[in-house]
Design a protein around this ligand. Structure first.
Ligand code: FPP
Length: 259
């Protein structure tokens, strides 16, 4: 079951308690390239290879969902050449990989405001989503022109509309109902978030969904993030004690009061 890329650390992993949903912030492409005297776009191209490798790893391990932050609502502040390059890269990769991903029963979907993306990109995105929507092996979600605050405001607008139309009442609105209006409504919340390049922030990514996500930061730049780095992140995840607010694992005897 373990892919041939499997490094030593895989021996220490418990393959029965892997995260179901992994989210990634693929940071450091530009710095990786600059460090080597290469143009920033080379970093993005290399970053795309890293993403493909990670997808392969998740698939081989039986991880259920992978959500990757490819372009944020704030990334429009970059130079137009870089933005245009990224849009072309997304389109090229989807065209190139769609058949193979479909053959492996990988479901592809997108979150974010796609309406302002180039129309040729929107077309291949729509095709990828439709063609793979019944696939069961792994749900691969790409966040493009995604911003969590925007997503939450959008959900609120839809909810208010539903209330106005009499389809929803304030009394029935709870967390479970609210999350149905988010773009991730069909999936589960991420169990593990990995952010590369040493930055330690969420950058407007899945803020609602990550209320109880375990976060793993690494200094490695995204283009260098290899399967062994991924196994290391999984190992760290497995050392965490996920309590979800409970006292389990705090070594307090069950019959003893805190006070
Ligand atoms: C952040 O690094 C990376 C991005 C904004 C782009 C991520 C895109 C890819 C990895 C290509 C993936 C391809 C597909 C099909 C989704 P940065 O540019 O902010 O790096 P820096 O912080 O070093 O400048």
């Amino acid at each position: 079951m373990i892919p041939s890329l499997s490094p030593n650390i895989s021996h220490n992993l418990d393959f029965n308690s892997l995260p179901h949903h992994v989210a990634v912030i693929m940071d450091g492409n530009g710095r990786w390239a600059t460090q080597q005297g290469l143009p920033r776009i080379t970093g993005h191209r290399q970053g795309a290879k890293t993403l493909k490798n990670l997808l392969r790893c998740c698939y081989d391990l039986g991880i259920g969902e992978l959500t990757a932050y490819a372009f944020s609502t704030e990334n429009w502040r970059r130079p137009s050449e870089e933005i245009n390059f990224l849009m072309l890269l997304f389109e090229q990769l989807l065209k190139q990989e769609l058949e193979q991903l479909h053959r492996e029963s990988i479901r592809i979907s997108f979150i974010g405001d796609l309406s302002i993306l180039p129309s040729s990109l929107q077309q291949i995105m729509a095709l990828s989503r439709e063609k793979t929507q019944k696939n069961q092996a792994l749900h691969f979600r790409l966040a493009i022109n995604y911003g969590s605050r925007q997503e939450i405001v959008h959900a609120c607008r839809q909810i208010v509309q539903q209330v106005h139309q009499g389809n929803l009442t304030l009394e029935t609105l709870d967390e479970a109902v609210f999350q149905q209006y988010l773009s991730t409504s069909e999936g589960s919340d991420p169990d593990l978030l990995i952010r590369t390049s040493g930055e330690m922030r969420l950058s407007n990514y899945l803020l609602w969904q990550m209320a109880y996500t375990e976060i793993y930061f690494t200094d490695v730049f995204w283009p260098d993030f290899s399967p062994s780095h991924f196994y290391e992140a999984l190992w760290h995840y497995q050392q965490r004690n996920r309590r979800f607010g409970r006292l389990v694992g705090t070594h307090l005897p069950e019959n003893r009061s805190l006070f």
